[in-house]
Design a protein around this ligand. Structure first.
Ligand SMILES: Nc1nc2c(ncn2[C@@H]2O[C@H](COP(=O)(O)OP(=O)(O)O)[C@@H](O)[C@H]2O)c(=O)[nH]1
Ligand SMILES: [Mg+2]
Length: 229
């Protein structure tokens, strides 16, 4: 008995991996937000590769082919140690080749952070097309999203109101957060934490047995994390 107890204590579950993707039209702040979160500091132009700061952190960037950057960070969210994987596919374009590649990566991701800049209406408008592409081939209610309004420090250049962001999130039934990626503080983790929570809800929803499977003949319809009977 004693031996069994000891063996049990030594076994620790590997941390849960959450595969996420961060998307937005060019210039929205996708790369900056990701790198400030991963690197735990802000560097004013993370796109300048080969700079001293970039070289310092480059081992944390896993460049795949096709200019896709992938990152992994181990963090504690709600007392659970998780490994958060973040894919940054670069600027969003509608060209067919890019789109086919994106779809492959999208299929492999569990949650999506959609970013627009409060200083660009175009970036706000662009999100609908991105979301539609993600929802292609998927059960609409089962996709975890987080909406992020970036560059909150540029209030004087704001062209998209806070209310518009809130309304969009309401229509998508997803969390809405604002960020300033030029400062590394606890707030930068907010959207990523929320992303993990949305994925958890979706996983839990997937585990809930459908009523038919429990032998009940009533029809069910899944809506986000709730079950309509
Ligand atoms: N003031 C401010 N600038 C930002 C913020 N996030 C990104 N930027 C700047 O916006 C520009 C585009 O950012 P980037 O991350 O490359 O956008 P991406 O094309 O969506 O990856 C860069 O010059 C960043 O330094 C922010 O929160 N505040
Ligand atoms: Mg980028």
């Amino acid at each position: 008995m004693k031996l069994l107890t000891r063996t049990k204590k030594q076994v620790t579950n590997p941390p849960n991996i959450y595969k996420t993707m961060i998307l937005g039209t060019a210039g929205s702040g996708v790369t900056t937000l990701t790198r400030t979160f991963i690197w735990e500091c802000y560097y004013d132009d993370p796109t300048i590769e080969g700079s001293p700061v970039y070289n310092h952190f480059s081992h944390l960037v896993n460049h795949t082919d096709h200019q896709v950057d992938s990152y992994r960070k181990r963090i504690s969210i709600d007392n659970e140690q998780v490994i958060l994987e973040v894919l940054d596919l670069g600027s969003y374009t509608h060209d067919e080749a890019g789109s086919a590649l994106r779809k492959l990566y999208m299929k492999d991701s569990e949650g999506f952070m959609l970013v627009y800049s409060i200083t660009s209406r175009e970036s706000f408008r662009g999100l609908d097309a991105i979301r539609s592409e993600i929802l292609d081939d998927r059960n609409r209610s089962a996709v975890p999203f987080v909406l992020v309004a970036s560059k909150s420090d540029l209030e004087e250049q704001r062209v998209v109101s806070h209310q518009e962001g809130e309304e969009l999130a309401l229509s998508w039934e997803c969390p809405y957060l604002t960020t300033n990626a030029t400062i590394y503080d606890d707030a930068i983790q907010g959207p990523f934490e929320q992303m993990v929570r949305e994925i958890r809800k979706s996983r839990e929803g997937a585990k809930t047995p459908r009523v038919e499977e429990r032998g009940d003949r009533r029809k069910t319809r899944s809506l986000g994390d709730c079950m309509i009977l």
